[in-house]
Ligand binder design. Structure first.
Ligand code: CA
Length: 724
């Protein structure tokens, strides 16, 4: 019986395969060009504020010769989850990939497998980002993880192919794609090619040939760049994704010679020519407050939009190839991003929120001979629909368990009466980068209802009156009926999509709040979970650096020498110029304190995870030290202690180029997060280092004074342990 079934199945596959071959003339090829974090604001076909300063003529050509969807939404605005939704045609809770750290179960049903079975040649080239190996592809050639902009490595079924020096990722992805079209595929079969770009994902590293042009433009600001978050709830007020605080000068704004190790010598030279000039200029001016935000915005747009320009050029390369090869007339070209992105709107970058800028993705489709050129469609569509659309284009039966709708009728110029009125959204990642609360919600053509269920806060927006979502009308009695309707819609969609009950806040989860503003030490959400390392009155908990007699255990400070309490501060005099250690050991933690050094070039700092060897006096091996030991130095990443000697040059280089974030003669706010082997350090709100060290797993906190002069002052020392 089982054998008979297998034979029938085999025959069915064979028949279907043959049928696919016979009908391949009628079945279009599909080129799916997919990017990462591309806001519709940065596609000039959408007519946004950046259309003149950073046009995208090749993407616009797809819209002009085909259709532009103005209301394409994603179900979960995050890289990996969006990809999993597209492959499966199912919401995150059903395909199992809800957060970027998950691994995609590639054994489940996906559209590439069904296309392949249905006689299509399939290939995916570029960013994959789903952990497991791609399945259902005749060829896969993907970036490992996030990939790199310069000299990108690729991962294939045969293993890792190391990057080619000089190569730029966006060009590499399109060149490899065209190579497959030319030589890699079985030309008797129709094909589905997924061209998946890394660009314009953070950290934005444009190709060097565009640097001069894009860094010399001036980009219009969004009207709500200086949003004060009044009129919305806790999540908008406590996120960690502002240009003001989160976007860091060092990494995002290239105030360090950042990630140049994959550039070749000539690229590095061109890069530094441009960025050294920018750095020198800003270090002279040192903008503060709103001026600094404006400066960051211009820097951000220059890098982001140059990445987009390169992407648009690569789209041009692909469209030209399709024209030249004669494939264009039989090929549907689709352009989309995995989700949108904030380009300074609400003062933010990144995505995650159900607000329009991240929730919406560009979607442009050209289907020669079928879609009327220049069509604009306003229906509510979604990345949930892509899988069924691809299958429908290929004439393959749509599986009943996929949750989207084929867009084929819309591409053909029909507007079905029973099209959906609303879309469902669900973001799951908290706590996580950028501290956006988990939420789900519903949007129809006019209203949007969002539920931040961990804290039971709601927001309702009237998008007709408030398209920028500046004021929730959830509590406005005039909207009571609308609220009721939208709540009903939300529970109906939850039921329809089989959404399980909202998960409860995981045990021990707390929000790690950002500093509310650059230059302010006070931390947003109270003191829960913090241990004070200094009570402001005594040196309880601190011990002296040396044993009173050799061989004796080091004890708590009884008679302070060189260390004393003055007006709620710890003062350390230059003698004896060593460590004072806190008695408690810590493994994973957030450490916050304020430090004030009397002058520049001050060789003293804060050590953490310091280990005290038995019978010896001085601490041995500590992971990081925040000090200002060089003229214009920023901090010292454990030079000579943890980093191998060759790092010294890099650190010196870094220090010389960037200047310091430590301000002599003023209080400096220092925050350190040690988690596992990863250590991040912020000084005055700027992320200054992000390093890995697996050697020192735990230890005590130390205050160190190596300078020969001056008093080193500390206050507000506190620590919060992070439990695994
Ligand atoms: Ca993304």
């Amino acid at each position: 019986m089982k054998q008979a079934l297998l034979i029938i199945l085999a025959l069915a596959v064979q028949f279907f395969g043959t049928a696919g071959y016979l009908f391949s003339k009628q079945r279009p090829n599909i080129v799916f060009i997919f990017s990462d974090d591309h806001s519709f604001e940065a596609v000039s076909a959408y007519g946004g504020r950046l259309k003149d300063v950073a046009p995208t003529p090749h993407l616009d050509r797809i819209a002009k010769e085909g259709i532009r969807f103005d209301n394409c939404f994603v179900t979960n605005a995050l890289c990996g989850p969006s990809r999993a939704v597209i492959l499966t045609g199912k919401h995150s809770h059903l395909n199992g990939f809800m957060e970027n750290e998950h691994v995609f179960n590639g054994d489940q049903q996906t559209f590439p497998k069904l296309l392949q079975k249905g006689g299509y040649q399939t290939a995916v080239i570029g960013k994959w980002h789903l952990g497991s190996d791609p399945q259902g592809f005749d060829l896969w050639n993907v970036l490992p993880g996030q990939g790199t902009y310069y000299a990108p490595d690729f991962r294939t079924p045969k293993g890792l192919v190391p990057g080619t020096p000089g190569e730029y990722v966006t060009e590499a992805v399109v060149n490899k794609s065209i190579e497959w079209l030319k030589e890699g595929r079985d030309k008797k079969k129709p094909f589905m090619l997924m061209v998946q770009h890394k660009a314009p994902h953070r950290f934005w590293l444009p190709p060097v040939h565009l640097l001069e042009e894009y860094t010399s433009k001036v980009y219009p600001e969004p009207k709500n760049l200086f949003d004060d978050y009044k009129g919305r709830g806790t999540p908008a007020q406590t996120q960690d994704m502002t240009l003001k605080v989160t976007m860091d000068l060092a990494l995002d704004n290239k105030m360090v010679p950042f990630r140049q190790d994959r550039m070749n010598a000539s690229q590095r030279k061109q890069w530094n020519n441009v960025y050294d000039r920018i750095r020198a200029k800003v270090l002279r001016k040192r903008p503060q407050g709103d001026d600094l935000v404006r400066w960051k915005y211009q820097r951000y747009m220059a890098d982001y939009l140059a990445c987009i320009r390169s992407l648009d050029d690569s789209v041009g390369t692909m469209l030209n190839y399709l024209d030249k090869s004669g494939l264009a007339k039989d090929t549907v070209v689709i352009y989309a991003s995995d989700q949108g992105f904030f380009l300074g709107e609400h003062g933010w970058f990144d995505k995650r929120f159900m607000y329009e800028e991240s929730f919406k993705t560009p979607l442009l489709v050209r289907w020669p001979g079928v879609t009327k050129p220049g069509t604009v469609n306003k229906q509510m569509v979604s990345n949930l629909d892509f899988a069924q659309t691809f299958l429908d284009l290929a004439g393959i039966a749509l599986p009943a368990d996929m949750q989207g709708k084929s867009l084929k009728p819309l591409l053909e110029g029909n507007n079905p009466k029973d099209w959906r009125d609303s879309v469902y959204y669900h973001y799951y990642c908290f706590p996580e980068y950028h501290a956006v609360r988990r939420h789900d919600g519903v949007r129809n053509s006019r209203y949007k209802l969002i539920h931040f269920y961990d804290i039971n806060e709601w927001e309702l927006f009237d998008l007709e009156k408030d398209p920028k979502e500046m004021k929730s009308v959830h509590d406005d009695p005039k909207y009571a009926a609308t609220l009721k309707h939208m709540k009903g819609e939300l529970s109906q969609l939850r039921k329809q999509y089989e959404v399980p009950p909202a998960p409860k806040l995981r045990k021990g989860e707390t929000l790690f709040p950002p500093w509310p503003e650059f230059g302010t030490f006070e931390v947003g959400l109270g003191n829960k979970g913090w241990i004070s390392l200094f009570d402001g009155k005594s040196l309880k908990g601190w011990r002296q650096p040396f044993a009173s007699k050799p061989g004796e255990p080091i004890s708590q400070i009884a008679e302070p020498k060189g260390i004393k309490v003055v007006d709620g501060e710890i003062h350390i005099s230059p003698d004896p110029q060593v460590f004072y250690l806190h008695t408690r050991e810590f493994t994973d933690f957030i450490l916050e304190l304020e430090a004030r050094m009397p002058k520049k070039n001050f060789d003293s700092g804060v050590g953490f995870r310091c280990v005290l060897p038995k019978g010896k006096n001085l601490p041995k091996g500590y992971q990081s030290e925040i000090s200002d030991i060089r003229n214009g130095g920023i901090f010292d990443i454990g030079v000579g202690w943890m980093n191998p000697p060759e790092e010294e040059k890099k650190i010196n280089d870094f220090v010389n180029r960037t200047g310091t974030f430590l301000r002599p003669g003023q209080w400096n706010q220092i925050r350190v997060i040690c988690k596992g082997s990863r250590i991040r350090t912020w000084v005055n709100g700027q992320l200054c280092s992000d390093i890995e060290d697996a050697k020192h797993k735990s230890g005590v906190i130390g205050l160190q004074h190596n300078s020969k002069e001056g008093v080193y002052r500390f206050r507000n020392l506190r620590i919060r342990e992070l439990k695994p």
